[in-house]
Design a protein around this ligand. Structure first.
Ligand SMILES: [Zn+2]
Length: 479
């Protein structure tokens, strides 16, 4: 079975540069710093869609704590903060949600449109509820100011569908730390999880304002950043590397705090009991365990069973590939022919062609198939085909942990262009059997990477590789 990670072919809802340049300014308390959102060529709906897709994948791939008491606590704190977002920065359809990841590293991240993930390690390191609220207010500010898409606006144009998987790639890559090195900040995910100094300054100041309005002391945010720094070690700097110090961070926040009036008292009184509860649980997973696929929601650290996405293992029998081929156009610039008895499997963000019974749709919208091909586009990075292909395979390996090399990559013409076909092997989560995977790539004109993946059980690899080759030879590109 092949878990799909990269996403393709979803056009953005609005025209590419229908720049939404409306600059919103707001002032709510007399002396506080005015924060003005940057220009953003994405729609609010784009933020929502991106965040929802990446959030669904994050929940599938990260070990969620799923502890009601802890979740209730962060939801209570988060709801008070979200209610304190200035009216000018509320966006229709944004939904602030809060989940705890059973991960040791001191980290948290928020996705466009509102989904926030807090590591258990962050809660355990915090000295008070207000320190937790400080990190959350900072993250909420990035979301409300739409920093992810604003940052992407400054960068290269991209297809919205290509991004969600990469956001996750960056999340997992970030989580993996040293395990997945260079390639981890693959592509555009970095836009959504790593901010520049100016956006950090904005999130600090708006975060302080939100805290005060919600009823928390904003100076606790400054204290939390000190706490994070002090924890140091291999786990401390993770949050700081994606939220770099804009300079004089502690003093700037304290100065802003001095201009703010704390409205009421938001303290839920749950922090100490939640902390004690977390302390009594078996240890949280490390980034390395997560990267190696050893950590999954609801499993203990000794249980290395993999996430099967709710699929029962079963044997799969499919009709042999027809010798007749049928031609499809999965994107305006692309034509491809596949065996006539394979179905064109509709999905919002990928194109898979597979025989009946060779395809499973799992909870959460992941697609998995035992026989067939999948075609997609991933952002290139270097312009070097081999390097970009290696990065792509690395991305796939994060959701297919048994993926391994199965021989030398060879050059092959794809759509009239220089291409590479890389043979790989994997263990199918559907059947538990070894499967053959071929990944063929070539560059599109904009530098992105067109890939064609073939998947078949190892015992049928010979037959299917002939079919995959025909499919690859049928590709026509007119970008
Ligand atoms: Zn930040």
């Amino acid at each position: 079975m092949w878990y799909m990670t990269a996403r393709i072919f979803v056009q953005r809802g609005t025209g590419p540069l229908s720049a939404l340049l409306a600059v919103v300014a707001f002032v709510s308390l007399s002396a506080q710093t005015r924060i003005t959102p940057d220009k953003n060529s994405y729609s609010v709906a784009d933020d929502i869609k991106l965040g929802q897709e990446a959030s669904a994948e994050a929940k599938m791939q990260l070990p969620m704590l799923n502890d009601t008491r802890t979740d209730d606590f962060v939801e209570d704190v988060g709801a008070q903060l979200a209610a304190a977002i200035p009216a000018e920065l509320r966006h229709s359809g944004f939904r602030y949600t809060f989940d705890v990841v059973n991960q040791k590293d001191i980290n948290a991240f928020a996705l466009p449109g509102g989904p926030m993930f807090l590591n258990r390690g962050m809660l355990e390191a915090a000295k008070s509820e207000a320190e937790v609220a400080g990190v959350m207010a900072h993250e909420i500010s990035h979301v409300a100011l739409r920093h992810g898409t604003a940052q992407a606006t400054k960068g290269q144009k991209f297809q919205i569908g290509a991004v969600a998987g990469q956001i996750l790639g960056a999340i997992i890559g970030g989580a993996a730390g040293s395990v997945i090195s260079q390639g981890s900040q693959f592509g555009l995910g970095a836009y959504f999880l790593k901010y520049g100094r100016e956006y950090e300054r904005q999130a600090d100041l708006l975060g302080a304002q939100i805290m005060a309005r919600a009823g928390y002391d904003p100076r606790e945010m400054a204290n939390m950043f000190k706490t994070i720094q002090a924890e140091g070690g291999s786990s401390g700097p993770e949050w700081l590397s994606s939220h770099p110090d804009p300079g004089n961070r502690y003093n700037s926040i304290v100065k802003e705090a001095s201009m703010l009036r704390i409205e009421g008292n938001a303290n839920t009184g749950q922090f100490q009991s939640v902390k004690a509860r977390l302390g009594g649980m078996s240890p949280a997973y490390t980034a390395e365990q997560i990267a190696k696929g050893q950590a999954r929601s609801g499993t203990s650290s000794t249980n290395s069973s993999r996430n099967t996405g709710g699929i029962e293992r079963r044997s799969v029998t499919v009709e042999p590939p027809s010798s007749q081929f049928r031609t499809y156009s999965p994107a305006s610039f692309l034509r491809v022919s596949v065996p006539a008895n394979w179905r064109d499997l509709p999905s919002t963000d990928s194109q898979t062609y597979a025989p009946d019974s060779g395809y499973v749709e799992t909870d959460g919208g992941q697609s998995a198939f035992t026989h067939g091909v999948q075609i997609g586009v991933a952002q290139g990075g270097s312009g070097n085909l081999q390097r970009d292909t290696d990065q792509l395979v690395q991305t796939f390996a994060r959701s297919n942990p048994e993926l391994a090399s199965a021989g030398r990559a060879r050059s092959e013409t794809i759509g009239g262009r220089t291409g590479i076909t890389t043979p790989l092997s994997n263990i199918s989560d559907v059947t538990g059997e070894r499967e053959y995977v071929s990944v063929s790539t070539t560059h599109l004109r904009d530098g992105s990477l067109l890939y064609i993946i073939g998947v078949a059980p190892q015992v049928e690899a010979g037959t299917y590789e002939q079919v995959f080759r025909k499919v690859r030879q049928s590709v026509r590109i007119t970008d």
